[in-house]
Design a protein around this ligand. Sequence first.
Ligand SMILES: *Cc1c(COP(=O)(O)O)cnc(C)c1O
Length: 376
Amino acid sequence: MIPFNVPCYIGKEDVAIRDAIAKQKLSGNGSYGEKCIRWLEEKMGVNKAMLTPSCTAALEMAALLTDVGEGDEVIMPSYTFVSTANAFALRGAKIVFVDVEPETMNVDPKRIEAAITKKTKVIVVVHYAGVSCEMELVMSLAEKYKLWVVEDAAQGLMSFYRGKALGTIGHLGTISFHETKNYVCGEGGALYINDASLAERAEIIQEKGTDRSQFIRGEVDKYTWRDIGSSYLLSELNAAYLSVQFEHAEEINENRIRTWNLYAEGLAPLAEEGKIELPAIPEDSKHNAHLFFIKTADAIVREQLSNYLKDLDIVTATHYVPLHSSIAGKQFGYFHGEDAYTTIESERLLRLPLYYGISKGDVEYVIQSIQQFYAQ
Ligand SMILES: *Cc1c(COP(=O)(O)O)cnc(C)c1O
């Protein structure tokens, strides 16, 4: 069988975890946590990185840091994971969903501007498939209307926009290390604090609303409750696993890019015949091969193809059901403007198996099987 995903494992993560146990420091921000943070700050050029239990948790921190509350509006694409919206719905904000661009499935900046009102407080962009949004346009809108920008770069570690790592361009950025992402530790995430004015409060929110971080650095002589917050630290056991993935980041990235390119080249003839559509990578974008999708003619053909591949033991996956069409999406938000692409494009998108270490033979078998489907 060819699975859709296999969580990345280099083979030395267990040694790091055993070492963390031997060091007898298992809670957050230990030596492995610090090692991961240093890597993010040095290699990705992050001003201040924090490790969190998930990208969901990092998004919740972003909602707290931007002081979003009842009466505020947050603009984001409807084509995203539930956590992008849920973090802000938790604070009582109204979610304003806007349309995507079909080539990348990223938010369309023109739709953002049309949705801005006096109540708008935050723009959340999602770098789908690790391919960058048009950040220059988004940042100029934010400046013009005095809005916060949060980059949901859950899928975007090792991806760049004009040389800048995804997540480092907006005021805040979030990353995921969930087992389905490129660099993993089971469950885990990171929050990038790009706007230095948010750094002190971010430390307090991460430490259950206390100034424990300052206490550990010896800046205060006892720690107390200062603000609202929660338990937003990544366990040292997870950080130990993650540190090995970071050490091998180039190798993991190259391996995934090779697979992505095999799909792109192998499926190009079918795209030229007009049978399928392939993802487009904008010139400003250096991507990390997080996922490879094809688009079929419609939802019916997509189901026929995925069933055909399933019978050949090849597992594929659809992706997001647009949030504005969900029960909670209707309760906490609404779609602004025309849904020209979100629904129709999401219904014909199919993701192919792509993970670190997938064999060239398996990728070729997937390509041949798709060709066979269209030849019958
Ligand atoms: C995976 C993902 C998340 C959630 O990440 P977790 O680490 O599982 O909380 C959020 N947003 C997007 C776009 C994602 O792909």
